[in-house]
Design a protein around this ligand. Structure first.
Ligand SMILES: Cc1cc2nc3c(=O)[nH]c(=O)nc-3n(C[C@H](O)[C@H](O)[C@H](O)COP(=O)(O)OP(=O)(O)OC[C@H]3O[C@@H](n4cnc5c(N)ncnc54)[C@H](O)[C@@H]3O)c2cc1C
Ligand SMILES: *[C@@H]1O[C@H](CO)[C@@H](O)[C@H](O)[C@H]1NC(C)=O
Ligand SMILES: *[C@@H]1O[C@H](CO)[C@@H](O)[C@H](O)[C@H]1NC(C)=O
Length: 485
């Protein structure tokens, strides 16, 4: 009986063309036997297993055979070699903030990078080397005593790994560009298991491809980023009720059209929560107090709550609640636009009301449109090119949709709504004469899971593919999900 069962399961697994759960756990044990004492493997039921498979949105998590926490780059190499030779599906997780299932989750082997947690500041080089298991909060905490900062996340909890490997929009982007524009070096574990340092001079094509190429080239263990002087900042969070939506939309459009000070930034989130429309308004100024005028419109509108002050950078990052939608399913999508005209801002507010009203049937749903103005010059701060964005001729602005819900039965409804809504916003942009909207590259880290790689990477794809053929000839990294090229 037993032998028959085993034989049947082998037959079934080979007929399906992928290994069974049983053999995934065999691979886990093989890894456990091969790694050094610096690393560990955790199995279902163990506390660190649940931490390892966990994500910001529950829809991005899966039940893995085991969680591996590597402690050295060499062990990452051992693990990748085993995964490649056994053709085992796996995932690499940094901060776990992707909205897409299967990107940093798997039914095979979950790699969690937590142990890569160093932050080393090099005062002479004006750089910081940071581990890919960190969240930005940790990095800001470690750099604050040196009065320097890096170009990283804007709200609490976001991982440095996916954020940086996908591009990276920061409060400091108007001054210094995307996070990829501040990278000087990667420590990369290649799919063949070797550990290499990748810089512009060591391998300019791989250096380029890693800047936006996410998990297509191997597992990154460390980034070295440029640092910049950082003093106190001004800003915080204001919330507004449904009564003043038009005023907030007008203030947002005016800010996008008129403010040219690169130290000033906002995110206006048009929300629909608990069956009520409202706005979460984040304000940022890189200095202890903003020049007169820049934020007056926002400050003058009657608010619901207000937490705006001169404060440490980290304090501002922590001002928005991290767990507003804790333990819910969710997704991001993005509508890149050329300019944030009043028309587009109004369309995004209208979309939040429209879909908020429509999707209320799903109790606990949360609908949010993040309106994010950046200066037209924000993509001009790079000293070398990057795979994403594939063009910098037009500095498209990556507007972000974030929907959250409770039941897996509603996944399709919410995903469909997010696709239709992006189409609507881009239709409004085309109607008012914005150029290049149909080929504008969606931001890697905001794009919904089925967004074509051709659209995201555009003209970068041929070179990305040839670098991929050189670095990963056996397509080991395709055993991990994500935006595949
Ligand atoms: C609340 C919230 C706020 C956000 N704010 C911003 C923002 O201000 N600006 C912005 O640009 N984006 C923002 N994002 C989007 C963010 O960039 C993405 O969610 C990104 O995936 C986060 O990186 P992570 O390490 O947490 O993700 P993970 O889910 O851990 O990983 C995402 C992808 O990166 C890959 N990856 C992870 N680690 C490695 C590694 N070591 N080597 C190779 N590949 C790896 C994974 O395989 C996966 O494909 C925000 C997201 C959320 C949920
Ligand atoms: C969010 O966290 C705070 C502080 O830890 C807690 O008081 C609150 O109940 C949490 N909210 C949700 C929705 O989980
Ligand atoms: C509001 O959004 C809906 C859904 O996309 C659209 O049909 C409608 O035309 C929009 N209304 C305005 C005034 O833009």
């Amino acid at each position: 009986m037993y032998l028959l069962a085993v034989a049947t399961s082998l037959l079934i697994s080979s007929a399906w063309g992928h290994p069974s759960a049983r053999s995934f756990s065999d691979v886990c044990h093989q890894i456990e036997d091969s790694i050094s004492d610096a690393s560990d493997v955790y199995y279902p039921g163990q506390l660190l297993y649940f931490k390892g498979v966990g994500h910001y949105m529950t829809s991005s998590s899966q039940h893995s055979a085991c969680v591996v926490e590597p402690g050295t780059a060499e062990d990452v190499g051992v693990i990748l070699t085993i995964l490649g030779s056994t053709q085992t599906p796996f995932a690499v997780k940094g901060g776990g903030h992707t909205g897409n299932g299967g990107y940093s989750s798997t039914e095979g082997v979950q790699i969690a990078m937590y142990r890569f947690s160093e932050v080393t500041y090099d005062e002479n080089a004006q750089t910081a080397t940071i581990g890919t298991g960190l969240i930005w909060d940790d990095v800001y905490t470690a750099l604050a005593p040196h009065n320097v900062n890096v170009v990283g996340g804007r709200v609490t909890g976001v991982g440095v790994a996916g954020f940086t490997l996908g591009g990276g929009y920061s409060w400091l982007t108007n001054q210094h560009g995307l996070t990829v524009d501040t990278l000087t070096s990667f420590e990369l574990v290649k799919p063949d298991g070797s550990v290499v340092t990748v810089t512009e001079s060591s391998d300019s094509e791989l250096f380029w491809a890693l800047k936006g190429g996410l998990n297509n080239y191997g597992i990154v263990t460390r980034f070295t980023l440029k640092t910049f002087p950082q003093g106190q900042v001004w800003g915080g969070l204001i919330t507004y009720t449904a009564l003043v939506l038009e005023d907030v939309a007008a203030a947002t459009a005016k800010f996008a059209a008129e403010v040219t000070d690169p130290k000033a930034a906002i995110i206006t989130s048009a929300n629909f929560l608990l069956a009520q429309p409202g706005v979460s308004q984040l304000l940022f100024y890189d200095g202890p107090s903003p020049p007169d005028g820049i934020f007056d419109d926002f400050l003058d509108i009657p608010h619901f709550t207000k937490d705006v002050s001169t404060r440490a950078f980290l304090d501002l990052v922590k001002v928005a609640p991290a767990n507003l939608t804790g333990n819910q399913r969710g997704a991001f999508n993005t509508a890149p636009v050329q300019t944030l005209s009043a028309n587009i801002v109004n369309a995004m507010f209208n979309e939040s009301l429209f879909w908020g009203g429509r999707l209320q049937f799903s109790t606990g749903s949360f609908i949010s449109y993040d309106i994010e103005p950046f200066l037209p010059s924000h993509l001009s701060h790079n000293t070398s090119p990057s795979a994403w964005p594939p063009t910098r001729d037009t500095a498209f602005l990556p507007q972000c949709l974030y929907f959250a819900w409770i039941s897996p039965l509603h996944d399709n409804v919410f995903h469909d709504a997010m696709r239709q809504s992006v189409e609507q916003i881009q239709r409004v942009a085309v109607q008012e004469g914005q150029q290049g909207i149909d080929t504008a590259p969606p931001y890697t880290n905001y794009a919904l899971f089925d967004t074509p790689a051709e659209l995201i990477y555009g003209d970068s794809l041929p070179l990305m593919r040839s670098v991929k053929a050189r670095i990963d000839p056996d397509n080991v990294m395709d055993l991990a999900g994500g935006i595949k090229i």
